[in-house]
Design a protein around this ligand. Structure first.
Ligand code: ZN
Ligand code: ZN
Length: 296
């Protein structure tokens, strides 16, 4: 597949949609935060302990697993199931703990991705280059993560909640508090493992869904985008790697549609449903036909 445009000049129109005025300019603050997180992650590797590893793995599950996969993505963006509001709020705080931005920003960006997948307007398509889809799109443009009013146009259901508006403005605060807590308990090594290394692994895992699963893997459904199913991305993202299934059936709470497609978030949603906590769970099957707008 030949790239539609050169990676240096992404035809990224989503930023126009979101009224980003200087879409090609490197965002210094965002880039600096990313560099610091990566340096901290490398430093953490020199301070190994089994406790640090266990805390980092638990937080990876708590923040990226519950916050991004079950929260921001399957619950807040696609409303593929319902839970009581306090749990929905908790998942959103978990999501903010990943440094992937506040809930209104994340949901707005992802809804545009589904509307425009791999077409002009997709915020992160590998057709604009693999690096662009992975992280480039985050590093350029104005920092509108906190421009809640602007983002709210794309997530009006979330913007109705004062809590989500507040969390979108202060999305970095939970992580700063967590880093302080980890430092108080276990000093610099625990803070670097529980924050920097854990956040960096969570970020790259999530970003691989935007880059790798729009480039490599198999396609079960002939969707109009380039989405693929990738077992190894699914393994490190709590089931998000079954991305062709997901683009074919975006509102399905289950992404791994075959019995052999491991989808940890789906197992967890089933557990919540068993206890009556998750309701109105929407589930697609392999045989479910594509909706017309999602077909190639
Ligand atoms: Zn996608
Ligand atoms: Zn989605």
């Amino acid at each position: 597949m030949a790239p539609r445009v050169s990676p240096e000049k992404p035809q990224n129109r989503a930023f126009d949609l979101l009224e980003f005025p200087e879409k090609q300019k490197l965002n210094f603050a965002t880039t600096l935060v990313m560099v610091i997180l990566h340096l901290g992650a490398i430093a953490a590797l020199f301070m190994f302990s089994w406790t640090n590893l266990a805390v980092a793995l638990f937080l990876l599950w708590f923040c990226t697993g519950l916050g991004i996969s079950m929260g921001y993505h399957r619950l807040h963006t696609h409303r593929s199931y319902q839970v009581p509001l306090p749990l929905e709020y908790l998942f959103a705080v978990c999501g903010a703990l990943t440094f992937e931005g506040g809930p209104i920003f994340w949901v707005a960006t992802h809804r545009i991705h589904h509307q425009k997948s791999d077409m002009p307007g997709d915020p992160h398509s590998p057709r604009d280059g693999g690096w662009w889809a992975h992280v480039g799109w985050i590093l350029v443009g104005e920092a509108k993560h906190n421009n809640t009013r602007l983002m709210a146009k794309y997530a009006p259901d979330l913007a109705k909640h004062r809590f989500y508006v507040w969390l979108n403005d202060w999305h970095w605060l939970p992580n700063v508090l967590l880093a302080g807590l980890l430092f108080a308990i276990g000093g610099l090594p625990l803070m670097l493992w529980g924050t920097c290394l854990r956040v960096v692994i969570g970020l790259h895992a999530t970003w691989l869904v935007n880059s790798a699963t729009h480039m490599w893997g198999s396609r079960r459904f002939p969707t109009r985008d380039d989405s693929r199913n990738s077992w190894w991305v699914a393994l490190i993202t709590f089931g998000e790697g079954w991305h062709n299934n997901h683009h074919a059936h975006p509102t399905s709470a289950r992404h791994g549609l075959a019995w052999y497609e491991l989808d940890l978030s789906w197992i967890q949603i089933k557990i919540l449903r068993y206890f009556g906590i998750a309701k109105r769970v929407q589930v697609a099957k392999i045989t479910t036909p594509l909706a017309e707008r999602d077909a190639a």
